[in-house]
Write a protein of this length. Sequence first.
Length: 131
Amino acid sequence: MRKNPYIRFKTPALENQWRDESLPHPALVVAVNLAALIYYRMTGQSATITSLYRDNDPGVHGQKPCRGADLRTHGLMGDQKAQWTGAINTAIPYQSSKPTQTAMVHDVGRGDHLHLQIGPLEPMPKRTQEA
């Protein structure tokens, strides 16, 4: 996977997780890339991934392939956070029987961040043989 100028990583370990093609769900890669592009257009800065796979996490961050990612929200002003999540949710609806969203900004005690998640009904693409 080539380097993406729209994405930075909080730690080298997160970058290693991201580059491990078996770890992030392919749809999560699409969602993160979309989020990073929109963030760049709004702020002129690369988006920073602060969390991907977490051992022993019972939610989307603990699944293999990983279905959850967190990104910093620094630099977004006014309604930009709502515009950011709205654009992502319109482009990538959450695939589940539960009514929830792919993208949401929330605070779990350390300041707000963008939480991206891929639904449990999102299919894994079939691998094709290369020519």
